[in-house]
Design a protein around this ligand. Structure first.
Ligand code: SF4
Length: 878
């Protein structure tokens, strides 16, 4: 059996073919060649989806106050507590905090329950953290949250400007499409605007390493340049827009000092402005580097202003393009999953819209004002104003800014309900009620990707334990709250057609989001629904929006928005002179609850790290490979220092993924300042004043073990699951280095056939111990007081061997092969397990010149292509 479904990670929304094997229980994953988003390609995360399935670590049964209970009891408890709190404190005392991981059908019923039946807009989503500034910017400029561009436009463009987007790592399949477009059309120019020189710069004709937070100056300067040099499309501006003069005035005022404020070379700035001015088919694609800012909405509008002035919108190969982070951030926007929106792209503060929705839902009431946005919501929980929260498919204790305050808030909250797929998460620790949610492969519904393409996510596995789809859990609670008639859905198809019908209600072309053409889908039509881009007014979709130049403000004109530039809320200062920037790594997703389970995805970046400029590292007395502490006013973390050469002076970069399950002290959210954009409420994840210092320890070490071991008595630790082993990085400051007694207790001293190979040098603090049983490696411990531990890659590879041969046995305590160069080194291609040393050796030995040469020789880079930028960088260095 093969099932066509959709990847549950990023907003590219790739089609996936899943082939479950009934005998082995494994699921083979491949790209769907017929899906328009990826045409068969998958990135490293998508390719490894099969490794994230299985019941290990799943939350399978409902729990109330730590006790397993029947599902009915858990749902009764949630409903009765919600009822009690609403009766005592009003509807505003309860809230839902949901997720861009939910399917559209889950989102729809959650929003319907809160806004139409409980009567509060206190439902917000973790999408607030990644793209709400784009939503606000679209609504201000276009009158509705519409994305005018489609992926095909990237292949038709003459210029693609990537702003605040490490596309190579965060939207890899889209990046591969751009790479291919450039190969087919070498005239296509790519400009990357990012403080970091990321892997995305691999294909850049121009990289502008702007100072963090200065994007509005850059685009205001561009707007002024376009105006001054006669590139305005006067007819378009006159016929389709309003407010140009006011926007231009502010742009001209902020233009003179752009290069200096942005910290970039004047010639490079001129080059960018000339390129944009001379390229009619220009796309400005932007992502978290733009959105996650206290000026995020203005950044979005400063970009849109440039497209409006030149009329570069709504036509093939051009337009502003918000690339969403999550698989269903767009679907959440469509159903009104944000506290600031109503369903079907209608507005909470528009009485006519409220009436349409209330009439359609036949609801007793309707929320009439915006609810609490994510950061406000957890503040209100902290302050005791919100007394019950139901958290679905997200991990706010890790992902929200000032995350320790979120912990404190949940600790104080009267009722915390969490529905999740996994048993142990940082957030679950605070739950009074745990509801087991169906995971990817078990649930059925739809998602919408960055180009408005609605795709089916289909079930191909039976439900595990007592897990249930989120829409079912919500409907069951709604019924218990007395709203049975409005929530009597028996399938996601029934929910979807209601959602589609609502989008068409009283629409008559006034709202872009209209999928009325799908409102009559039967169960079999829903089952076989092909990917389709909204609007779907009849039966066909729509690739490109705004082609007619008609926008969605009442007068059908777009708005230029005045974007007066301002610096981030908190400036670096003598106490915290650096700027902390946060982001994603190639092979992990969000808080690692899924990707952390996939051995293949743990090889590329196996432990938390921070990245700094070499000169800053020198200044702050930290050396590469050493543990370093990053501190801000809000919190601190400890991670390994890396000097990649990507990070500019004055900043420190940290990935967002590690949670309390995978590292002792690396929850980046605890450090991030909780300042938000005043319009969108999106937090400033890219700019928190920080300082760095060495994290002094007495010893470093690592453990590789076939069975899980407890290393949490170490001062610092991180853990990564491998194929036949678990890898632990450890360090200690308050006791003498671990020795034989400790290692034997840890790995299992009572193995009957234990064969221990050990080396200890108390003078230097070096200790090495390897446990073999039946000639197989069972575990090893390597400890040193210096940073001279061997590469883990070769030792890890031994766990796949049925027998350790004599040649390897003699090398065990070295931690590396006898023959120099046989250690693959740090992982580059996780699909085929090809390390950096292997690639460099082949480049030198075989005089390889291109990534294709490397692929032919080693297979590296020939599956998902996510590692191609790194391979090209190794070739360039060679
Ligand atoms: Fe999934 Fe990768 Fe495609 Fe994103 S680019 S949807 S993570 S396969």
């Amino acid at each position: 059996m093969s099932v066509r479904t959709t990847c549950p990670y990023c907003g590219v929304g790739c089609g996936v073919i899943a082939r479950p094997n009934a005998v082995t229980g494994e699921v083979a994953i491949s790209g769907d060649t017929e899906h328009p988003a990826n045409r068969g390609r998958l990135c490293s995360k998508g390719s490894a989806l099969g490794q994230t399935l299985g019941s290990d670590g799943r939350l399978l049964y409902p729990h109330v106050n730590g006790q397993r209970v029947p599902m009915d009891n858990a749902l009764d408890h949630v409903a009765s507590e919600f009822k009690r709190i609403i009766a005592e404190h009003g509807a505003g005392a309860v809230a839902l905090y949901v997720s861009g991981q939910l399917l559209t059908e889950d989102y729809y019923v959650a929003n319907k329950l809160m806004k139409g039946f409980i009567g509060t807009a206190n439902i917000d989503t973790n999408s607030r953290l990644c793209m709400s500034s784009a939503v606000s910017g679209h609504r201000r400029a276009f009158g509705e949250d519409v994305v005018p561009v489609c992926y095909e436009d990237l292949e038709l463009a003459e210029l693609i400007v990537l702003v605040g987007s490490n596309t190579a790592w965060c939207h890899p399949v889209l990046f591969q499409r751009i790479v291919q477009a450039k190969q087919q059309n070498p005239a296509l120019k790519i400009v990357v605007i990012d403080p970091r020189r990321t892997m995305t710069c691999d294909i850049a004709d121009l990289h502008l390493p702007v100072r963090a937070g200065t994007d509005v100056w850059l685009f205001n300067g561009l707007l002024a340049y376009l105006d001054k040099h006669g590139h305005a499309d006067q007819a378009f501006v006159a016929n389709h827009t309003r407010g140009v003069d006011e926007a231009l005035q502010v742009a001209h005022e902020s233009a003179p000092a752009v290069a200096e404020i942005c910290g970039i070379d004047t010639a490079a700035l001129d080059e960018f402005y000339r390129l944009f001015a001379s390229s009619r088919r220009a796309i400005t694609a932007f992502s978290m580097g733009v959105n996650q800012s206290s000026a995020g909405t203005d950044k979005v509008n400063s970009i849109i202003n440039c497209h409006l002035l030149t009329g570069r919108i709504g036509q093939p190969g051009m337009g502003p393009f918000s690339v969403t982070g999550q698989p269903n951030a767009m679907g959440g926007r469509e159903v009104g999953g944000l506290a600031s929106t109503l369903a079907a792209h209608m507005e909470l503060d528009d009485p006519a819209h409220r009436e349409i929705v209330q009439t359609f839902w036949r609801s007793p009431l309707i929320a009439d004002r915006a609810g609490l946005k994510a950061v406000e919501l957890f503040d209100a929980i902290h302050d005791g104003k919100v007394k019950a929260v139901w958290i679905m498919a997200t991990n706010p204790v890790v992902s929200l800014p000032d995350a320790d305050k979120v912990k404190a808030a949940l600790r104080r909250c009267e009722l915390v309900v969490v529905s999740d797929c996994f048993e142990k998460t940082d957030t679950n620790e605070f739950a009074h009620v745990l509801l087991p949610a169906a995971g990817w492969g078990e649930k059925d519904g739809t998602v919408t990707n960055s180009e408005r393409c609605i795709s089916r996510q289909r079930q191909f596995l039976p439900l595990s334990g007592e897990t249930r789809p989120d829409w079912w859990l919500i409907c069951e609670v709604a019924k218990r709250l007395g709203h049975g008639a409005a929530f009597s859905f028996n399938s996601p198809q029934q929910i979807f057609v209601e959602h589609a019908a609502l989008s068409a209600a009283e629409n008559r072309g006034t709202r872009a989001f209209d999928i009325g053409g799908l409102a009559n889908l039967t169960a079999s039509g829903y089952e076989t629904l092909e990917p389709v881009q909204w609007p779907v007014r009849e039966s066909a979709g729509t690739a490109r929006l705004l082609e007619s130049g008609r926008f969605y403000h009442r007068d059908r004109k777009a708005r230029f928005v005045i974007t007066a530039p301002r610096l981030p809320a908190h400036a670096p200062n003598p106490e915290f002179p650096l700027v902390l920037n946060t982001g994603r790594v190639r092979d992990h997703w969000h808080t690692m609850t899924r990707t952390g389970r996939a051995p293949q995805l743990n090889t590329h970046t196996p432990e938390p790290y921070i990245d700094m400029h070499a000169q800053d590292a020198l200044l702050w007395a930290v050396t590469e490979g050493q543990l370093a502490r990053v501190e801000t006013r809000w919190g601190s973390m400890v991670a390994r220092l890396k000097i990649s050469g990507e990070v500019p002076r004055g900043t420190v970069f940290a990935p967002i993924h590690w949670n309390g399950m995978f590292a002792s002290d690396a929850r980046v959210g605890t450090l991030v300042n909780p300042v938000v954009d005043p319009v969108s409420g999106e937090p400033e994840f890219k700019h928190t004043p920080a300082r760095v210092m060495p994290f002094v320890v007495k010893w470093h070490g690592f453990v590789l073990s076939r069975t899980p071991v407890d290393i949490t008595d170490s001062t610092w630790w991180s853990v990564a699951r491998g194929a036949q082993f678990t890898r632990y990085e450890i360090a200690g400051r308050d006791r003498t280095p671990p020795s034989s007694v400790w290692a034997r207790a840890l790995l299992g001293a009572n193995h009957a056939d234990a064969d221990w190979i050990e080396y200890a040098d108390p003078a230097t603090g070096v200790f090495r111990s390897v446990l073999l049983v039946d000639e197989k490696i069972v575990g090893c411990v390597f400890i040193s007081t210096r940073l001279d531990l061997p590469s883990r890659t070769w030792l890890s590879g031994l766990f796949a061997k049925k027998r350790i041969h004599d040649a390897d046995r003699t090398s065990l305590l070295n931690g590396g092969p006898a023959a120099a160069g046989d250690d693959p080194g740090p992982m580059v291609c996780s699909c085929f397990g090809v390390g950096r040393n292997t690639i460099c050796k082949a480049i030198a030995a075989d005089r390889l010149k291109t990534a294709q040469d490397v692929g032919r020789k080693l297979r590296a880079g020939t599956n998902c292509g996510s590692c191609l930028p790194e391979i090209r960088s190794l070739l360039a260095n060679a």
